[in-house]
Design a protein around this ligand. Structure first.
Ligand code: ADP
Ligand code: MG
Length: 255
């Protein structure tokens, strides 16, 4: 499938994420079928599709939380190795924010954000704390730094999770339905944080059904169904003129 728009016509060797001919099975289930996805630096790609279509597996494959069976995935030109120290390094380049916030319950907000930089990036405690406070300020939860996750709202926890991922200085951020576990009044504060990140030039792959976010922040929408990328286009073209029957059916249900 040809990527669309002027952003995708060049820089073939400079993809931040390059998935080529990726195949993955869960037993008999061909969950990722010949996935080719190329994301340029600073690009924001929204992935949408029905439940069970393989969106989470795609995200997890990108940082090797799930091994793939065939094909290659490269981050900033480096192919992901199967295991070992190099894998840990590459994985640190890929920040991930999940539906459930996955904060360490027995660590404070500040400790949650400084742990990775101290352990993996070998930063000093004071440098890590300084940077953590900058990031917590950026996502608007600096006043919560010494609290425990359970003392925060869901929206605040998810913003801490974003700060924690950013603290590793990732090259790309993956978001897997980051607002779908949130109460409605908290969705906007998390989406606003993500929009600001996108405007700051972060490369992002975002699984979400938040069409407002897709229209505002995405350069490209990728529609998945049954393990395949069925259609991809600019948000405006995709939402206004979907071409495949599956995308039309899906949009009719959610819009
Ligand atoms: P989505 O995120 O689009 O809802 P997933 O990637 O979570 O889809 O799942 C795609 C398909 O793979 C689903 O049918 C799901 O049941 C199946 N699946 C996901 N994880 C596993 C697993 N660890 N073992 C077996 N099947 C799985
Ligand atoms: Mg999912």
């Amino acid at each position: 499938m040809t990527p669309c728009g002027p952003r995708f016509d060049h820089m073939a060797d400079e993809y931040m994420v390059a998935m080529d001919d990726v195949q993955k099975w869960f037993g008999d289930l061909h969950v990722l079928q010949d996935i080719n996805l190329h994301v340029t630096p600073g690009e924001v790609v929204v992935v949408i599709g029905p439940s069970g279509s393989g969106k989470s597996t795609l995200c997890r494959a990108i940082n090797r939380l799930e091994p793939i069976d065939e094909g290659t995935i490269a981050i900033d030109g480096d192919k992901l190795p199967e295991e070992g120290k190099q894998l840990a390094q590459l994985r640190a380049d890929v920040g991930m924010v999940f539906q459930s916030f996955n904060l360490f319950a027995h660590k404070t907000v500040l400790e949650n954000v400084t742990l990775g930089p101290i352990k993996v990036r070998k930063k000093s405690k004071s440098d890590a704390e300084k940077r953590a406070m900058e990031l917590l300020t950026r996502v608007g939860v600096e006043n919560q730094a010494n609290k425990y996750p359970a003392q925060l709202s869901g929206g605040q926890q998810q913003r801490v999770a974003i700060a924690r991922a950013l603290a590793m200085d990732p090259k790309v951020m993956l978001f897997d339905e980051p607002t779908s576990a949130l109460d409605p009044e908290m969705i906007k504060e998390v989406l606003d944080t993500m929009v600001a990140l996108a405007e700051g030039g972060m490369t992002m792959i975002v699984v979400t059904h938040e069409m407002g976010f897709a229209r505002t922040a995405a350069h490209r929408v990728v529609f998945m169904a049954d393990g395949q990328i069925v259609e991809e286009n600019t948000p405006q073209e995709f939402f206004d003129n979907p071409t495949s029957d599956r995308a039309k059916d899906f949009l009719a249900k959610i819009l």
